[in-house]
Ligand binder design. Structure first.
Ligand SMILES: [Mg+2]
Length: 322
C-alpha cells in the first residue's frame, strides 16, 4: 500500500501531471473509488466542470415551489413519505456539511497544489516550511473575510501576494497563480475519516447539503471528483449565495431553500469555530464541531456537539443507531 505521506512531493506533482487526479482514503492510502468519475468528462458535462448530478443552487434563479409540475410535486410527496418512514426516531432530518477540513482534508491538496505550481512557475522548490508559512498567511486572510474586513477577491489574491513577497518570488503573478491554484486544489482528494461512506450511508435517512465558503471553481471540482457531490441533496456555496459563513444571511438563504423548516431538526457539522459553529449558532441551528485533533475551544461560542471522528455522527443524528 502506498501512503500519501510516503510519496515525495515531486512524485505527487508528476503523477498529477500524468494522471490528473489522485484520491486517498482516511488512512492516506492511494485508492480508486468504485465507479469514480475521475477521468475525461463526458461530452454532456457542463463547461464549468460541475457534474450534472450536483445540485448546485443557482441564486437567485432557484426554481420556486410554484414552478414545479404536478408530476414533480407528486414525486416529492412520495419521497417525503418514504423519507419519513425511513427516518423515524431520528433526532435530525437534515445535515449541513462543511467540506474543507470536515469531509475532505484541505492540507494535502493545498500542499500538492502549491508545490506543483511552484515548479510550473519556475519558483524552485516550495518546501514544507514554506507551505506552513503560506497556510498561516492564508488562515489570517480567511479570518479577516469572516470578520468582513476583506472581500473574497482581496483574500484570494492578497494571500499569495504577501507570501510571494515574503519568500522573494515575483508577486505580480499572484492573480493568475490563484486561478491555477483553485483549479489544482481538486486534483488531490483526501477524505477525512470515511467521509464518503458516512455520507453515503446517511442517504435516505437524512437530507444532506454542502455549506461552504470555498470558491465555486475549486469546490465544484472537488465535489465532482470525490463523488460527494452526487450524494448531496444540494450545494450552497457562498459565492452563489452572496454571503459568507458565519454571516447569518448565508444561513437564512440556505433555510429558504431546504425542505426542513424546523431549525432544531437541522445539524450543522463543521471544523471551524469561527465560520461554521459561530454561524450556525447565530442562525439558531444546532452545531456539531468536528475536532479531530482534540483542540481546545477558544472564545465563548456555543458548541452543541463535538466529535473527533465522523463516525460519531451516527449517535447524534440517530441515537439508537449502531
Ligand atoms: Mg472547514
Amino acid at each position: 500500500m502506498l501512503r500519501y505521506h510516503q510519496v515525495p512531493s515531486c512524485a505527487v506533482g508528476y503523477a498529477q501531471a500524468r494522471f490528473g487526479t489522485l484520491c486517498f482514503n482516511q488512512n492516506s492510502t492511494v485508492f480508486k473509488r468504485p465507479n469514480s468519475p475521475v477521468g475525461p468528462k463526458s461530452p454532456n458535462s457542463p463547461k464549468d466542470g460541475c457534474s450534472p448530478s450536483i445540485s448546485v443552487f443557482q441564486f437567485p434563479n432557484f426554481p420556486r415551489r410554484t414552478e414545479f409540475s404536478v408530476k414533480s410535486q407528486l414525486f416529492c410527496m412520495l419521497f417525503c413519505i418514504m423519507l419519513g418512514m425511513n427516518n423515524a426516531g431520528m433526532a435530525f432530518t437534515t445535515i449541513l456539511w462543511d467540506v474543507d477540513g470536515t469531509l475532505l482534508d484541505f492540507e494535502a491538496p493545498e500542499k500538492a497544489a502549491m508545490q506543483s505550481l511552484f515548479l510550473e512557475y519556475g519558483f524552485g522548490e516550495c518546501t514544507d516550511e514554506m507551505v506552513k508559512r503560506y497556510s498561516a498567511i492564508n488562515r489570517g486572510y480567511w479570518e479577516r473575510l469572516e470578520k468582513k474586513e476583506l472581500s473574497k477577491t482581496q483574500i484570494l489574491v492578497g494571500r499569495f501576494r504577501d507570501f510571494f513577497q515574503e519568500v522573494g518570488v515575483d508577486s505580480s503573478c499572484a492573480e493568475e497563480f490563484n486561478d491555477k491554484y483553485q483549479e489544482r486544489l481538486g486534483d488531490t482528494i483526501v477524505f477525512k475519516d470515511d467521509s464518503y461512506e458516512v455520507v453515503k450511508s446517511l442517504r435516505g435517512m437524512v437530507l444532506q447539503y454542502v455549506v461552504s465558503n470555498a470558491t465555486i471553481l475549486a469546490q465544484t471540482k472537488k465535489l465532482r471528483v470525490s463523488g460527494l457531490g452526487e450524494l448531496m441533496d444540494g450545494v450552497f456555496l457562498s459565492e452563489q449565495v452572496g454571503f459568507e459563513k458565519p454571516d447569518v444571511r448565508f444561513f437564512d438563504e440556505v433555510l429558504k431553500h431546504i425542505q426542513e423548516t424546523d431549525k432544531s431538526r437541522i445539524l450543522l457539522v463543521g471544523d471551524s469555530l469561527t465560520s461554521d459553529i459561530l454561524g450556525g449558532t447565530n442562525a439558531g441551528i444546532p452545531t456539531c464541531w468536528y475536532n479531530p485533533k482534540g483542540l481546545s475551544a477558544k472564545g465563548a461560542v456555543r458548541i452543541d456537539y463535538e466529535i473527533r471522528d465522523l463516525h460519531e455522527i451516527y449517535d447524534i443524528v440517530k441515537p439508537s443507531m449502531k
